[in-house]
Design a protein around this ligand. Sequence first.
Ligand code: SF4
Length: 491
Amino acid sequence: MERSVLLIDLNNFARFPTLPVGLMVAALREARWEVEVLSPLAVGVPGIPRPTRAPLWGYWDERARWWSATTKSRTVRSLRRSLDALRPHRRDTTSDRLMAAVSASLERQPKVVLISAYLMYMDAVRRICAMCAKRGIPVLLGGPAFHDSATRTEWATIDGLTAIYAGESEVGLAVALHAILEGAPAPKGLTRPGHPDGGLAPPAQDLDAAPYPDYSDFPWDRYPNRIVSMLTGRGCGWGVCKFCSDVVTVAGRSFRSRSLPNVLSELQFHREVHRTSLFCFSDLKLNSNLEMWRGLHEGMQRAVPGAKWTCAVHVGPRSDEGLSRDDLVAARQAGLVRITAGFETASPRLLSAMRKGSQPDRMAEFLANAHGAGISTRITAFTGYPGEGPEDLNLTTQFLEEHGKYVERVHLSRLSIQAGTPLNEEMRSGQLEGLGFSLIDEQPTLASIGHMNSMTTSKGYKRSISKLLRAVHSINRRPIRSDALELEGAM
Ligand code: SF4
């Protein structure tokens, strides 16, 4: 076939089709490419699940995970990494079943193979590249985390890989294909083995110009319900948190917003094409643009009568964040059943150090108002920020004990230091050494740095972690509001 693309979606979400892949399909079809999408879910490979209600043993499970991640023992750490590679969602991407499906699709001789992948899927990418090399089919790889030049350099050594594209599909995917297939000059963002690093394509500016994502190739009958993932903009209107890797990724750099009529029209499009009224807004913070946020409250039920939706917001420092009691009541009336906010910690000192822009009292007020409006609330938090001591953990535990009645889920993780973030620079330049941080290893293929935080090994810290894990577990054991159940696990 002259202009045919096989697009392999290694990211394979369990709850809804992958948005960047839908965007790519639409852009390619608009440019008159024939596209075949290989979704692992369609061939029986389970998608990546998101945590829902904690099991009875969840507390002990979390303690074991925390201990194995922070122990001084190299053996345990390395065992943990090996076990990570065996996690179902990673193992399944290299399964014979998926590779057989890839092989069958390659028999149709596509002109080029595109792979969309997170960095944990290197083994699967290697295997697919080897299969393509045998058949003389070029492979173009992309994904949100190829923003770092060291990462691209490592991945570009994969045998059989033709190039990596680090850009949004609207901005140059067609030109990148032209370059690798016909030898045209490489656009910005295209890295080829044996050539200098191609850097990053510039961020897309006119988001309204992109076609709506095309999800028609995904196995809709294999999702528990029909949720469509939407974006009203890219990046984050706050965008300065020192630990945040979302705002340095290929699509997260700089805040850009679509127009409200364009978003409402896309909602109507999905209602008609996919017969759905469930939406997950995947924007980093949907209240970045207040005109969009409040416009959705007014327009959502007109665009999709009976719509239910979920999103993330930032409880930030602006005098008006669009999160007053009245705003949240309006949002609930517009169908917002579940909301996520980045809480991170209840330590004002740490919030300020990480430039989070939020304060515990504002977060408490937001949670009470959202709960009072009838919205299911979920917060994210993490431990291990430089300088964190037992007293900081205790503040977070106290916050959860006091305000947990307004919170339905807490997603608690450990700090990971990602390439391109200000924290990464501080780590590399030795600024964190005084705070007990030491570098274990560079992991360019994963765009991260392995580190050891000596503070976490003290008895007092461990006691505080146990209390925090118990507080989190007691919240995560509860059922959530029944009208938000369809969207539980979407975010
Ligand atoms: S508010 Fe959230 S998305 Fe925005 S920079 Fe901070 S952590 Fe990242």
